[in-house]
Design a binder for this molecule. Structure first.
Ligand SMILES: [Zn+2]
Length: 361
């Protein structure tokens, strides 16, 4: 497969904005078996779990994999679901909501932290199943939910067959059901309970955090990174085409300033030592960016440099699990996002002007 970040750009160079990009995955370095990913479907839907007062974690079972992608139901008179997962997850998600007693007329809102397909691919299907639900999204993502054609075409170029095998696509949401959330805007769930939107670009331009006033939990999407319970290591998520270090760090500090009681990652689950987590996230991001910058200056392969430095001990994990991790948050995707950021942010031009060594010199 030949997905390159350039492919995310609109075919027309006069487009004011590049395509949002489909998310973490840059293929070509993962090992997909004919007939699809070897999913670890170990039978039966995962049980939803309460992670705070009126906050239910739902495993959306991307690819049949447990503990990779989560959605969160915030309960109250007007309950809101945060993240749908991919379209391929819609069946598992809808079954979980039914199990929780959420009937077709009950869900008041669906909020997506950003429009990458592993977070928002199921929105059209979920909106159809819950006809009264308002769909909340960042202003830079809204038009892609109303008309997903460019997003899906971009994803198809990058993912190839994996798009349908793993993620599925994205059904349009009627524009009148979309509600664009501005920074600090609130979504009321009940008396005294609301979600506050936190504009948090960096991972993607169209990224929002959502902070629950009752539990204190902040739903962080991918802005803090990826930390799968089965891996136990926090990795930044720096995919093309939007990744920007300065914005990502600024977003982490906005999260910290809200003093959340917990941070719920889409990949995956609740972490309670939020101050330490956000500090670790910032340090990790800066460290990965430095490694990428040095590799680029020295004319080395960025992904290889990242892998050399940050490969963690995975000897206790199965080969299958390592493959999943590479699909969801691989070195190659992160390297492409960092390279693109370095090349477009002016940093490398500044280095050249100051007489820093050139690649290959
Ligand atoms: Zn994600």
């Amino acid at each position: 497969m030949t997905g390159r970040p350039e492919d995310h750009e609109g075919a027309n160079g006069r487009e004011s904005e590049p395509d949002p990009g489909p998310g973490h995955l840059v293929t070509g370095h993962t090992h997909v078996h004919a007939g699809g990913i070897e999913a670890a479907s170990d039978g039966g839907p995962a049980e939803p779990v309460a992670i705070g007062p009126g906050v239910i974690q739902i495993d959306t079972l991307l690819g049949g994999w447990r503990r990779m992608t989560a959605g969160y139901l915030v309960e109250g008179p007007a309950p809101v679901l945060v993240e749908t997962g991919s379209q391929s997850s819609a069946g598992a998600l809808l079954a979980a909501l039914e199990h929780l007693g959420v009937g077709p007329g009950d869900l008041a809102g669906v909020a997506v932290t950003h429009i990458h397909l592993d977070h928002a691919g199921g929105v059209g299907d979920v909106a159809r199943a819950f006809p009264d639900a308002t769909v909340y999204v960042h202003e830079k993502g809204a038009r892609h939910l109303a008309d997903p054609s460019r997003l899906v075409a971009s994803a198809a170029r990058v993912y190839g067959p994996l798009l349908d095998e793993l993620y599925g696509r994205l059904e349009p949401t009627p524009p009148e059901r979309l509600h664009v959330l501005a920074d600090t805007e609130t979504v009321e769930i009940g008396p005294g309970r609301f979600l506050t939107a936190v504009d948090s670009p960096g991972h993607a331009k169209h990224h929002l955090g959502l902070h629950d006033s009752v539990s204190g939990i902040l739903f962080a999407g991918d802005a803090v990174g990826v930390r799968l319970p089965d891996a136990g290591v926090l990795r930044p998520a720096t995919p093309p085409p939007d990744f920007d270090l300065g914005e990502a760090v600024h977003s982490l500090r906005k999260f910290a300033a809200r003093r959340p009681s917990g941070i719920a990652l889409a990949h995956y689950g609740l972490l309670e030592d939020t101050e330490a987590l956000l500090e670790e996230a910032e340090a990790t991001l800066r460290s990965w960016a430095e490694t990428a910058e040095r590799a680029l200056r020295e004319g080395r392969d960025i992904a290889a440099a990242l892998e050399e430095r940050y490969r963690f001990d995975t000897s206790h994990l199965s080969a299958e699990f390592r493959e999943k991790l590479e699909v969801l948050n691989g070195f190659h995707s992160n390297a492409e996002g960092l390279r693109r950021w370095l090349e477009t942010s002016g940093r490398m031009a500044a280095e050249r002007a100051s007489g820093a060594p050139q690649p290959g010199s």
